[in-house]
Design a protein around this ligand. Structure first.
Ligand code: OXC
Length: 299
């Protein structure tokens, strides 16, 4: 999949409606990722369910989306922007994922990102933390998907878990690995109000932004190492500047997605980050991302 720059949007923020997706289409984002969709439309969790916080964001949106049929239709309309359109699929069970992907197979989407890591669905654990289920859903979806299919993972924190996840991924050989989704079930407290800052699940939600960059970099790096650089890594988590994007490429990523910074700054963020990255490359004397991708030194 050819990308004009290595910077585009993460599934989630401002990508639910066709209007929002058109805004991404008109921006300098090098691809359009649509909101993670389910079989049926979802209202999502109760409000307030998103809050900007000091160094990022916390959310418990609960996958509000229009249902996959709408996103299949949107794909047609979005192709006119001349950049890849990526469907994000987050079925509530394996059969749902298969049914949704069947429809996208016959649509003009360029790729599918299978989201195995939403932390905000009440009563539904993240599939990325259940390795048997992750193995099953990848087996069932990779074999019937006719588009390049990547996997969006939750953050891992233990080398044993990285290794087990990588073993399963290598077995099913996805087209790309996106890491990381938000750090699930964090709690932000407003001491003045003596209250949580979001309402669902008692205030627990997915943490994004600068807080999570070191964890996101660790995940991008570990999966790059464990897959021998053979599966493209899409890094996401705490990208606010070209320098942040540079760090992800150095860790081994092929592209970066932007979530919280897009929420906070709007669609101009894609051009700013891409320009900052270009400038940094020039300053460092690099001609392309391949000159330094994965070449992280240990001090
Ligand atoms: N990650 C997701 O995968 N989905 C959204 N939030 C998040 O942090 C959501 O819709 O809850």
């Amino acid at each position: 999949m050819a990308l004009r720059t290595c910077v585009f949007n993460a599934a989630g923020p401002k990508d639910v409606t066709l209007d929002e997706l058109e805004t991404i289409g008109k921006s300098r984002a090098s691809a359009i990722v649509m909101k993670s969709c389910t079989l049926e439309p979802r209202q999502g969790n109760e409000e307030p369910r998103y809050s900007d916080v000091e160094k990022g964001s916390i959310n418990s949106m609960g996958l509000p989306n229009l249902g996959y049929r709408e996103y299949v239709k949107f794909a047609d309309a979005l192709k006119k922007h001349g950049k890849p359109v990526i469907a994000s699929v987050s079925g509530l069970c394996t059969a749902d994922n298969v049914e949704i992907i069947k429809s996208f197979n016959d649509s003009p989407v360029d790729a599918i990102e299978l989201n195995l890591s939403c932390p905000n669905i009440k009563g539904k654990p993240q599939i990325g933390y259940d390795f048997a289920q992750m193995d099953e859903v990848l087996r069932e979806t990779t074999k019937m998907c006719k588009k390049p299919i990547g996997v969006k993972l939750p953050p891992y924190f233990d080398f044993v878990h990285f290794e087990e996840a990588a073993r399963i991924l290598k077995k099913h050989n996805p087209a790309f690995i996106t890491c990381i989704n938000s750090i699930g079930n964090a709690l932000v407290i407003d001491a003045d109000k003596e209250s949580t800052v979001i309402r669902p699940k008692g205030g627990f939600g997915g943490l994004g932004g600068a807080y999570i960059k070191p964890t996101a970099l660790a995940n991008a790096r570990k999966f790059y190492e464990l897959t021998g650089g053979k599966i493209p890594i899409v890094g996401v988590g705490g990208v606010f500047t070209g320098r942040d994007a540079f760090e992800f490429i150095l860790a081994g990523a092929t592209a970066v997605q932007i979530g919280t910074a897009f929420m906070q700054e709007g669609a101009g963020v894609f051009e700013r980050v891409a320009d900052e990255l270009m400038l940094l490359l020039k300053t460092k004397g690099y001609d392309s991302l391949d000159d330094f991708r994965g070449k992280l030194k240990t001090c």
